[in-house]
Design a protein around this ligand. Structure first.
Ligand SMILES: Cc1cc2nc3c(=O)[nH]c(=O)nc-3n(C[C@H](O)[C@H](O)[C@H](O)COP(=O)(O)O)c2cc1C
Length: 169
């Protein structure tokens, strides 16, 4: 039987929305990840950074910008080391500075994607995937990368149907 995994990064708390800065109880990408888990009957793995990002949105953007500039590989609290039992991997993240948060690099570089189907999803506030799909291709050699799902963070709560349609094809 074919098995799916949802591998995602998401930062709850202080974030920028179409209504200004707000506190999110559950991060936007995590909301989508949970929908996918439900519709694809998938396992879930959250990429959780060892050092939390600053609670303050502006401070967080500064840390994230510096990590991107330094091509950093921030450690995670825990890694998934083996994805051999999965056929399809949903990879989800927020758009940070036009690409993925750097902890996503740290995790993806540890995995063997040959023969896997990757279905990317992103939440953002205007930039969609940015250049992340190009970066993802480099990080998942040997994988077949399918069409992605892009959702504006401020509208995740209204996106169940869209997610279902994407998952079910
Ligand atoms: C550090 C940081 C950088 C961001 N950079 C961008 C960006 O370049 N383009 C964009 O559209 N949104 C950007 N955003 C907004 C997030 O992509 C958006 O709020 C996303 O839904 C957050 O997902 P999460 O709650 O799962 O972490 C940024 C947010 C943060 C915290």
């Amino acid at each position: 039987m074919s098995k799916s995994l949802v591998l995602f990064f998401s930062r709850a708390g202080n974030n920028y929305t179409n209504e200004g800065i707000k506190d999110l109880e559950i991060g936007n990408t995590e909301v989508i990840a949970n929908y996918i888990k439900e519709f694809a009957d998938a396992d879930l793995f959250k990429m959780d950074p060892l050092n939390d990002y600053p609670e303050d949105y502006m401070k967080c953007t500064e840390v994230a910008k510096a990590e991107l500039k330094d091509d950093a590989r921030p450690e995670l609290k825990e890694y998934i080391e083996d994805i051999s039992e999965y056929d399809t991997i949903y990879i989800g993240f927020p758009n940070w500075w036009n690409t993925m948060p750097m902890p996503v690099w740290t995790q993806l570089e540890r995995l063997d994607f040959s023969g896997k189907t990757v279905k990317p999803f992103v939440t953002h506030e205007g930039s969609g995937f940015g250049k992340s799909l190009k970066d993802l291709k480099k990080l998942c050699p040997g994988a077949k990368i399918e069409d992605g799902l892009s959702i504006q963070g401020s509208f995740v709560d209204d996106s169940r149907k869209k997610v279902k349609h994407w998952v079910k094809g």
